[in-house]
Write a protein that binds this ligand. Structure first.
Ligand code: PEP
Ligand code: MN
Length: 338
């Protein structure tokens, strides 16, 4: 069972609830978030007394069974859509968010041109990747610290918000003053230590689904973020590894529809990493909006053919306005139907 305490619970309240939990022969595990504290109770519910009685305490908001591996992310717990606002741009709750930018920050000129083009097309949330998780150690790994200073300059020039991927806990501090959204990539989707460190930064988080994660594992990973104090979490489906190499990854739109039913968190789709090639990005983006996605993450580069990574799938940033014009009817329908 988990015991959710009211928002104003004091240390003394937490201690007295924990004591009562011990009296009932369970081991309390206190998890302190920004908005609420949760006491997870570990013990054998068949042989011990029921914890439900604690629901009568004035400081307890609810006592819930942990039949599922997630609670705080569930619609059962929070029926209304969560809307995350990043520097004035809403994500979730009917606002269709567009996050776009190159696969990686390569040079100051490349990143600046991409952001100039994207901002002119109306994009305010920018992919700004300093650290790249690459399958081969011989591939471009990102400019790292140099990319962060490029990101800082470009942000100051264009006033856009930066979404950046974190590969390890030490990077959280490095990007803290510059990044607006921290991304956990598919390869780290179940790196629980990293999820806890990123949650502690108290910034919005974009959590990709692992390439072989079930929807339940994806939502349970989001639960790690929420229970550790990060309430602004957006999920992102980016395709699963499959037997069929005709697409890079198999975009699981069924999983998107399930996630939309199961959770109040915004669910985005990254058609670029699913498609693996330019001509498939728009069809997948349209399908994602039809399946209920709250937004899209699209790779765009000023000169895609010369990109250091993911050259085949990046759209040209110079024509991103046309890209959005082509998506406009699907975006309008998605807005009207959420
Ligand atoms: C990315 O978005 O830069 C990325 C590496 O994607 P994924 O983690 O989905 O592979
Ligand atoms: Mn990429």
């Amino acid at each position: 069972m988990i015991i959710v305490l009211k928002t104003h619970a004091t240390d003394a309240d937490i201690q007295s609830v924990s004591e009562l939990v011990r009296t009932l022969r369970y081991q309390p595990r206190v998890i302190r978030g920004v908005e609420r504290t949760v006491v997870a109770c570990i013990g054998d519910e068949l042989s011990n007394r029921s914890l439900e009685v604690l629901g009568n305490l004035p400081i307890v908001e609810s006592v819930m069974p942990v039949q599922q591996r997630y609670k705080l992310v569930s619609r059962e717990y929070h029926p209304d859509d969560t809307v995350i606002t990043v520097n004035g741009t809403p994500i979730g709750g009917g606002a269709i968010a567009i996050i776009a930018g190159p696969c990686a920050i390569e040079t100051a000129d490349q990143f600046r041109s991409a952001v100039r083009d994207l901002k002119a097309a109306g994009v305010t949330l920018i992919r700004a990747m300093a650290f790249k998780p690459r399958t081969s150690p011989y591939d471009f790994q990102g400019l790292k610290a140099d990319a962060i200073s490029i990101m800082r300059d470009v942000k100051a020039e264009f006033g856009v918000s930066m979404v950046t991927e974190i590969l390890g806990p030490a990077q959280v501090e490095m990007v803290h003053d510059t990044a607006d959204v921290l991304q956990i990539g598919a390869r780290n989707a179940q790196n629980y230590d990293l999820l806890e460190s990123v949650a502690q930064a108290r910034k919005p988080v974009l959590l990709k689904r692992g390439m072989a994660s079930t929807v339940e594992e994806w939502l349970a990973a989001a639960e790690y973020l929420l229970v550790n104090g990060c309430s602004n979490v957006m999920l992102c489906e980016r395709g699963l590894r499959s037997f069929d190499k005709s697409v890079r990854n198999l975009l699981d739109l069924g999983g998107v529809a399930v996630a939309k039913q199961e959770t109040h968190l915004p669910v985005l789709v990254d058609p670029s990493h699913a498609a693996g090639k330019r001509s498939l990005v728009l069809p997948l983006a349209k399908a994602a909006l039809g399946a209920g996605a709250d937004g899209l993450v699209i790779e765009a580069h000023p000169n895609p053919n010369e990109a250091y990574s993911d050259a085949a799938q990046q759209l040209p940033s110079a024509t991103f306005k046309q890209t959005l014009d082509e998506l406009a009817p699907w975006i309008a329908l998605a807005r009207a139907s959420r």
